[in-house]
Design a protein around this ligand. Structure first.
Ligand code: SF4
Length: 120
């Protein structure tokens, strides 16, 4: 089978033409570096995504802080992870690197703070 992927590993966004059988990649063209083939293989075998979003903060100088995942999670679990993140409320102060949820849903990824919020 043939399929075209847009590589999201870097801002170049290469359009990668792929020939594959099941989860076996037979050929790739259009990638400017080897990461493109790795990305396409991952997409065929076990597509994953990461999340950057925000969480409410009580008693802070700002009402929200930004958070992200430390590792990509299976694409089909993104909405479950978002539900878990949306249930969280932090209390200021919060610091970059604070763990909001450890090993979210047992998927091997932590949700961590990426913006400092001081106490009001
Ligand atoms: S194939 Fe390489 S250069 Fe092209 S978008 Fe992916 S990581 Fe970037």
């Amino acid at each position: 089978m043939k399929r075209t992927f847009t590589c999201i590993v870097c801002p170049n966004g290469c359009e990668i033409e792929t020939e594959y059988e099941g989860t076996q990649v037979l050929s790739v063209t259009g990638n400017l570096c080897p990461k493109g083939k790795t990305y396409v293989t991952q997409e065929l075998v076990d597509p994953r995504r990461t999340i950057a979003t925000s969480v409410r903060v009580l008693n802070g100088t700002m009402p929200l802080t930004s958070v992200r995942l430390t590792n990509a999670v299976p694409k089909d679990r993104i909405f479950d992870v978002m539900d878990e993140i949306n249930r969280q409320t932090l209390t200021a102060p919060v610091r970059i690197g604070d763990v909001v949820i450890a090993d979210v849903l047992g998927l091997g990824s932590d949700v961590i703070v990426t913006k400092n919020i001081d106490k009001a």
